[in-house]
Design a protein. Structure first.
Length: 329
């Protein structure tokens, strides 16, 4: 038995995979789940986890929930919001609340923060971002994730590790689902087609997070988790287009149209007061050029196996969507 792990975001896309990886590694897992969440529907209903109803708002007392934890794996966070203040509430203040509760009842726990490559920012003049480089986020989302990292560095006196995944894909992902649906309809949009990104399958990422949770010797590290080789957005879209029985067409989207679409969605958010998956903030990230990082140090130190081939990972994701009714069969 590895120990006791407290997990946030367990019913989210990445968090559900992390919950499974922690259980497979022998951890006794407590999972913080919103009272409205349904663990069975959201991917962890078959796992031997203890469900802790609650959230990371100012109204929830987490001290008893985190008591005695050997590891605190913080996956929860906002990936879409209307304003920077909203992002800060979900990615910074929520992190501070969790850490202060843990300071009372689990001061020696290893904190593993799952951040984002967006916190580091895009490539520097074509050079990949490396561990130790000064962070240069270009969006409100990226800035809030960086401030969440800084909160861990500032608030937590025990061991901590910050992990920055690239673009994550896999079963239960709703973020890239619109692109899969577009492929099913026969046309895949390709914005910023020449830009290169780093991707990682959710199961591979979850394995890395579970391994990091038992590595206090890596304390103080802020590193990247993704496949070793980047992929051009155009090639990623091409792989998606080949998934249907009848391959889809690729349609290049001009930069101006991307910016206009982002601005339009942001204006729509002002009216509806609801965040959307794409807005002006997301457009800034998308059009920032290459998103290149160096995952080699953490891949080496965590002893990660070779990743799933992109084509195989996308095919498995497509098949899962079809099987679960998220895509037409």
């Amino acid at each position: 038995m590895t120990g006791r792990a407290f997990l946030t975001g367990a019913t989210g896309f990445v968090g559900s995979h992390v919950a499974r990886a922690l259980c497979n590694a022998g951890w006794r897992v407590k999972a913080l789940v919103r009272r409205s969440g349904n663990p069975r529907q959201l991917g962890i209903g078959d796992l031997p986890v203890e469900i802790v109803p609650g959230d990371l708002s100012a109204h929830t007392d987490l001290a008893d929930a985190v008591s005695g934890s050997d590891a605190i794996v913080h996956v929860a966070g906002l990936v879409r919001a209307r304003t920077l203040d909203d992002y800060r509430e979900g990615n910074v203040l929520a992190t501070v609340r969790l850490l202060r509760a843990a300071h009372q009842r689990a001061p020696d726990a290893l904190v593993v923060l799952v951040s984002s490559q967006a916190a580091a920012g895009p490539a520097r003049d074509g050079r990949q971002v490396r561990e130790g480089d000064v962070a240069r986020p270009v969006s409100g989302y990226g800035l809030s994730k960086r401030e969440g990292e800084e909160a861990v560095e500032r608030e937590w006196k025990g061991p901590w590790i910050v992990l920055r995944p690239g673009v994550v894909y896999g079963p239960r992902d709703r973020g890239l689902l619109p692109l899969f649906k577009a492929a099913a309809r026969g046309v895949v949009p390709v914005p910023a087609g020449r830009s290169r990104i780093h991707v990682v399958h959710a199961e591979h990422l979850a394995l890395a997070i579970a391994r990091a949770a038992r590595r206090p010797d890596l304390a103080g590290r802020t590193g990247f988790l993704c496949d070793p080789a980047p992929v051009a957005i155009r090639d990623f879209a091409g792989a998606l287009a080949r998934l249907p029985a009848r391959p889809a067409r690729l349609v290049a989207i001009p930069e101006l149209l991307v910016r206009v679409a982002g601005l339009t969605q942001s204006l729509r958010e002002l009216v509806t007061r609801r965040p959307h998956g794409f807005n002006a903030d997301k457009a800034r990230d998308l059009l920032a050029g290459d998103w290149l990082c160096d995952p080699a140090p953490l891949r080496r130190d965590l002893g990660l196996p070779m990743p799933t081939a992109l084509e195989d990972g996308l095919r498995a994701t497509w098949d899962w969507y079809v099987r679960e009714g998220w895509l037409p069969s």
